[in-house]
Design a protein around this ligand. Sequence first.
Ligand SMILES: NC(=O)c1ccc[n+]([C@@H]2O[C@H](COP(=O)([O-])OP(=O)(O)OC[C@H]3O[C@@H](n4cnc5c(N)ncnc54)[C@H](O)[C@@H]3O)[C@@H](O)[C@H]2O)c1
Length: 348
Amino acid sequence: MNVVVPYPELVSTVAGVFADRGVPRDRADTAARALVHGDLTGVTSHGLVNLTRLYLPLLESGRADPAADMEVLTDLGACVLADAHRTLGLWSASQAMDLAVSRAERYGVGVVSLRGATHIGCAGFHAARAADRGVIGLVTSNCGGQTIARPPGGLAKVLGTNPLALACPAGDRHPFVLDMSTTVVPTGRIRAAARADEPIPVGWLAAADGTPVTDPADYDRGEGHLLWLGSTPETGAYKGFGLGLLVEVLSALVSGAALGPVSAGDTDDDIGVMALAVAPARLRPGFADDAGALFSALLGCPPADPRRPVVYPGWPEGERAAWRRAHGVPLPVDLYEELRSSTLRATG
Ligand SMILES: NC(=O)c1ccc[n+]([C@@H]2O[C@H](COP(=O)([O-])OP(=O)(O)OC[C@H]3O[C@@H](n4cnc5c(N)ncnc54)[C@H](O)[C@@H]3O)[C@@H](O)[C@H]2O)c1
């Protein structure tokens, strides 16, 4: 059963939970929007479910510092390196994107490279801030020293689920937002299936000998290993693994954050993030019109099934978010109760 909560009320409640734990109010608001984005858009693996499982423990254990600020270490104008100093990644990735966009508006391109970051949630939330300002935004994040997935053909875990998101304006339509883990799914999708006691599709997990695993509980038992996008070498796993490495390079090798395969610990501390903004309108007129034409043409592709029109990444989430902003965000009752008890714990 679900409880439907008005979007503004949900954001202000979550912002209050963060603010009560020492996060400055404006940052708490951004962090709350970043977290609620998951439930607003239907990406529930990275929504409120992570409040009590991930973000509050990060703050309560001191692994995230609510009051710290980002420190710019190198500023070349178009390119900035900063230390996030363990601020909430839900806020600092947006801060990095906003700075990258400002630099792109001046130079045509802006790159902000962060180290010392904490978990950023949905990468697409931060990337979409660029599209809102008429600019293309890319956000990549590694998982710090945490290792989750093995290379194809390897026995040791080397990298995290390493998400990437690219957002591009699409005229008066929902922006294109490709937002994805580079493993076939993030671990949250597997744990959600385990909580619901539902089998998972073939291609997400495999046993040590490569046999497909469909019991999601095998993941936390160490008997099912998470696969890269593409699943097996025959079906393209090297492309997913390569994308995971691409994210590691852009996010952590550039910034000097923890690198999965060489870090001493196995925690998602010292995460690296890259926020890249490109402002084509600074290079040529007509970008906005061309973007509108591109995405409109995609929506016009004849569908194989007339009941299922062709859409592009970001469209389903944009539709869902528009509806839920107007009519409220559905939350499973137990998640709603978790949120209420987080509010009570902070004030009680
Ligand atoms: N912070 C982290 O460490 C971390 C790690 C992994 C994943 N994540 C986040 O987890 C979230 C979920 O990732 P995921 O890999 O499960 O994403 P997903 O598989 O749900 O979606 C991937 C992409 O496919 C598009 N898509 C899905 N269905 C579509 C359809 N019918 N038509 C058109 N496009 C469609 C979506 O718009 C999205 O851009 C993302 O927000 C990601 O940033 C974060």
